[in-house]
Design a protein around this ligand. Structure first.
Ligand code: WTA
Length: 656
């Protein structure tokens, strides 16, 4: 990490906001002053300005039982009404909400009126299926308009969605369905990925099939299926329902009822340091306030003229906040794309930017790096001149990638906002404000107005400019997680215990403050990896490996990778009997696919090394730091705390 810090210290390039951009920017420098003057009043203003409240709130923040916050608690609103009906009622029904592009090149334009209509019908269908306030609905879908409609219909009736990324396996889906106790699953037969239909319904069937031994009670009553892939599906009569058999026929009359601001909105599972994913719980009024605010000021959304495109899948928090909730609350027009960036050709994204005249693009460093690798000649074939603002999220963006993004994609003029936040924070926390902040390649820079962060040492003391430490959030914020589903203790332990005496939220990220006090993110400090901007836990993958009958022991580390940021590297000890019968290569290959099937392709290890021993301390803790050295091809660090100091030289030799 120290070489990384040194490297960043050399970065002195600065980019002032272009005057033309600043003149028309939504964000202004006054926002900082307003928030500074009275933080809570500032958020209350945003909540009133950006949202429609069926019952106005009189309370702003209730922090009497930390870490359980309540925002706007006596107010009532309907989230779907805010994202849909009010735009139609306000005369913008004909405005396009979704410019949908299928991987195959098929497309659909969905207006606010049409999306509202669809959501109302689906809300009626869900109600008929017995879904009501507080019930959980799992959504396992490709990136099609129905996925967004599904999220909004669920929350419209006060139910809670749990979106599961379509790339996750049946096992991962099963865990999430069971943990949340989902009553209904909304899915599709399949969706297009990499030129083929990737099946979804069969995974749902598998997840719901054999419960023997899992100890879980079957909670799922109905499975609602959109026909998209046209792939063959099996049908469980009485449980499975085609979307097209019920939604078009349902009534499009549905009045949005008001729910309390602290009504649960969704659960989204994310990897933690232990094997079990955490169900991060978000609620309504505070979440939507910060989602709409940040989308408006950080993405500089001018709803009447912008064509916004956030490339995230709805299976991740970025897809929740910056595809579904933020932009729709703001009445924006956005592109959604079903497929992969390189199908059927490597210029697919840039073709989409050109086709729709995208003005604001929000994506991840891993994508930018893979485009860099292919070379500038590909984006150069397309007209990208409509782009006026670029955003980055998910992991630190290295200055070289930032510069490439600016020059090749942004035509040397578009400001870049590097936005730091997490599933837990719900919305952007640290970012430049475009048109206001002078940007620095590689730095997320400053907390947003109304947000307070700090970089502290192990004792919770401010490290001071020029120093590195741990990133914390020092004051509650509207879109903060309200807990971990079903596990309040784990919520406290994971995020609040470390700096309990200060009452800080510990983000799990290392960071450095430069001489101006700007924040530079340095990656995770725990056993969480960041692969292509997605969080994976080392323990989760280790558990999967050990679950394979050939494996005796496993240790997983995240090794830096040029394209994906980090890559999964596994060190495994194979049982004697298997070693005799199988080649090392065959075993390694088999284990890679095993993890891919168990968790999902993103978790598939890049490398599997078969070793005879793992480096452990005297108390039996695996020293992953040393394995990371090996995985990254470095000289192995200090081994003096190992129980057996010779073990690392054996491992290094085996890996070579
Ligand atoms: C990392 C994604 C550096 C960080 C929205 C965080 C970042 C984790 C940035 C959350 C950024 C996200 N610069 N690191 N701009 N954005 N991260 O929950 O380690 O999928 O803790 O949320 O991604 O990942 P998550």
């Amino acid at each position: 990490m120290s070489s990384q810090i040194d490297h960043l210290l050399d970065e002195t390039r600065r980019f002032a906001p272009p005057a033309e951009f600043a003149a028309d920017a939504v964000a202004t420098a006054e926002l900082y002053e307003e928030a500074q003057a009275d933080r809570e009043a500032f958020w209350a203003d945003q909540a009133r300005r950006l949202l429609h409240w069926h019952t106005p709130f009189t309370e702003v923040l209730d922090w009497t039982t930390p870490p359980f916050a309540k925002w706007f608690a006596d107010g009532e609103l309907n989230i779907a009404y805010n994202c849909l009906d009010r735009h139609v009622e306000g005369g913008h029904g004909d405005r396009i909400a979704l410019l949908w592009e299928g991987e195959q090149g098929d497309d659909r334009r969905v207006t606010y009126a049409e999306l509202t209509d669809e959501v109302k019908r689906l809300a009626n269908v869900l109600t008929d299926l017995g879904v009501g306030e507080g019930d959980r609905v799992a959504i396992y879908m490709p990136m099609i308009p129905e996925a967004i409609a599904a999220m909004l219909a669920v929350v419209r009736i006060g139910a809670i969605h749990s979106v599961v990324f379509g790339g996750f396996s049946a096992d991962s889906l099963r865990f999430r369905i069971d943990d949340a106790g989902a009553k209904v699953v909304i899915t599709a037969d399949g969706g297009y990925r990499k030129g083929k239909v990737s099946p979804l319904k069969p995974a749902v069937d598998l997840a719901l099939a054999d419960r023997n031994g899992s100890g879980a009670q079957e909670t799922v009553e109905k499975v609602l299926v959109v026909k998209r892939g046209g792939n063959d599906v099996e049908w469980t009569h009485g449980r499975d329902i085609w979307w097209h058999d019920v939604v078009p026929q349902a009534s499009s009359v549905h009045e949005a009822q008001a729910f309390g601001a602290e009504n649960p909105l969704f659960i989204l599972y994310t990897s933690g340091t232990t094997g079990k994913p955490k169900g991060i719980l978000h609620t309504s009024g505070g979440y939507l306030t910060q989602a709409a605010f940040t989308n408006q000021v950080v993405h500089d959304i001018h709803p009447a003229s912008d064509v916004y495109w956030c490339t995230a899948d709805i299976g991740w928090i970025t897809g929740h906040t910056y595809v579904t909730y933020g932009p729709l609350a703001n009445g924006a027009t956005q592109v959604i794309y079903e497929g992969t960036p390189d199908t059927p050709h490597p210029g697919r994204w840039w073709e989409i930017v050109q086709k729709y005249g995208v003005t604001v693009l929000y994506t991840a460093p891993t994508a930018i790096r893979s485009f860099m690798k292919i070379g500038r000649s590909v984006p150069k074939q397309f007209d990208l001149s409509s782009l006026r603002l670029l955003g980055s999220v998910g992991e630190p963006i290295n200055p070289e990638a930032w510069m490439w993004y600016r020059k090749i994609i942004g035509g040397k003029t578009a400001p870049i906002v590097d936005t730091w936040w997490q599933t837990e924070t719900g919305a952007i926390m640290i970012s430049a404000l475009p048109g206001v902040t002078e940007t620095k390649p590689g730095s997320a820079q400053v907390p947003l107005p109304g947000i307070s962060v700090d970089v502290v040492d192990e004792d919770g003391q401010h490290v001071g400019n020029g120093n590195g430490g741990l990133l914390v959030v020092t004051e509650p914020w509207p879109s903060m997680l309200r807990g971990i589903w079903g596990d309040p203790e784990r919520f406290k332990e994971t995020y609040w215990d470390k700096f309990a005496s200060q009452g800080y939220y510990f983000a799990g990220d290392g960071a450095r403050l430069d001489d101006d006090g700007d924040v530079w993110l340095l990656g995770r400090v725990d056993d969480v990896m960041n692969v292509s901007g997605h969080r994976l836990s080392t323990t989760e993958i280790e558990s999967s490996l050990v679950g394979n009958e050939a494996v005796a022991e496993a240790a997983v580390v995240g090794a830096s990778d040029e394209t994906t940021g980090q890559a999964v590297v596994a060190f495994v000890i194979i049982k004697e009997s298997y070693l005799k019968e199988h080649s090392a290569e065959g075993l390694a290959q088999g284990l890679r696919s095993w993890v891919g099937e168990q968790i999902g392709p993103i978790a598939r290890p890049r490398d599997v090394y078969i070793v005879g021993e793992l480096p452990k301390t005297r108390s039996g803790k695996i020293m992953r730091r040393l394995l990371r050295d090996v995985a990254e091809g470095r000289e192995v660090g200090d081994t003096t705390t190992l129980a057996d100091t010779a073990v690392m030289s054996v491992i290094s030799a085996q890996v070579k």
